[in-house]
Design a protein around this ligand. Structure first.
Ligand code: MG
Length: 336
């Protein structure tokens, strides 16, 4: 069997590749009893004394490199920072490895690195190591970036994606589908492309405000495969069901329009500046208020609750329910 695009699209097909070809061939998957590769969480941890170092790594193959609302530099920084943040850890630094195509415009690279830097500055993250390689014209599509992230959390305080509890409220920090749908509209050249922008942003502010309030049980950033993939993964790993409410899930009008036109569910589409979290019912309103004070959390909503069972259900405005499955693969390829 050969690799297909869906093997990198964040759905079931990629999941199978990871378990069958990657996890099976690695023997030591965690260090010092920390959260390791087997957990397939947003990041891993290495406990050291009173703290845990949180690490993550991320490859970026987004097409196109410049898109409405950002570029590969911003998404590299934000994507990595966000995987650290949703572990409940303060992001400290990233590293940046670049593979650049021969003939790539240095002015474009300058803009990309400036964006990466600005994104890091927003949350006081350093870029502390890197690597630069060049490949021949016909061997590579522009630029590939590989970033790793480092963060820190008090020992035992890392937030998992597998610890939802029955009764928790589900909060999303803003509208869903903006990133994937803006990319799709931009690629297709729709007229209203100008209104639609990626949400790409670092979410440490949203996360730290929530942690300050307390009661957060589980977190994930809904990137490839969107909200549908993230919430299904959280429910499955936590061995619970989730009931969401269609009319409470924020979706921008333009995103709805593009979704309808293309027949793609915005719940299946990547976000790059959002957090899905489980929060204890009694803390949910306070956490929501705190998130809404953040520049990237104004549109946050409580969109459902954790229930007994094993499925993610969505209650429709007419009173019916449907099952929300993980997409087989993100419907928008090369989205991050
Ligand atoms: Mg993640």
């Amino acid at each position: 069997m050969k690799i297909g695009m869906s093997h990198g699209a964040g759905g079931e097909v990629m999941g199978n590749l990871i378990s069958e070809t990657i996890l099976k061939n690695i023997s030591k998957k965690s260090v010092n009893g920390g959260i390791g590769l087997n957990a397939l969480d947003d990041g891993a941890t290495i406990p050291l004394g009173d703290i845990e170092i949180v690490v993550t790594t991320d490859g970026h193959t987004i097409n196109p490199l410049f898109f409405p609302g950002g570029n590969i530099g911003r998404i590299s920084a934000a994507g990595t920072i966000n995987d650290i943040a949703v572990m409940g850890a303060k992001p400290l630094a990233i590293t940046n490895g670049m593979i650049i195509k021969e003939g790539f415009d240095i002015d474009d690279l300058d803009v990309i690195i400036k964006s990466m830097n600005e994104t890091c500055e927003e949350v006081d993250v350093g870029v502390i190591a890197g690597d630069t390689k060049v490949m021949e014209q016909d061997k590579l599509d522009g630029l590939v970036m590989v970033t790793s992230g480092l963060g820190i959390v008090q020992k035992g305080k890392a937030i998992r994606d597998s610890s939802l509890e029955v009764g928790d409220k589900i909060i999303i920090s803003g509208s869903v589908g903006d990133h994937g749908m803006s990319l799709m509209a931009f690629r297709k050249g729709f007229e209203f492309e100008t209104d639609l922008k990626s949400d790409v942003a670092p979410v440490w502010g949203v996360v730290s405000r929530s942690l300050d309030v307390g009661g957060v049980t589980a977190m994930k950033d809904p990137t490839r495969g969107g909200l549908a993939n993230a919430i299904n993964e959280m429910a499955k790993k936590s061995d619970v069901g989730v009931m969401l409410h269609d009319d409470l899930i924020p979706v921008k009008e333009e995103v709805k329009a593009v979704s309808d036109m293309l027949g793609i569910d915005p719940y299946d589409v990547a976000n790059e500046g959002k957090v899905v979290m489980g929060v204890k019912s009694e803390s949910a309103n306070d956490v929501l208020k705190a998130i809404r004070k953040d520049r990237y959390g104004h549109d946050a909503e409580i969109i459902g609750e954790v229930v007994e069972g094993s499925r993610v259900l969505v209650e429709t405005p007419v009173g019916g329910t449907r099952i929300l499955e993980s997409p087989i693969a993100d419907p928008v390829p090369r989205v991050c």
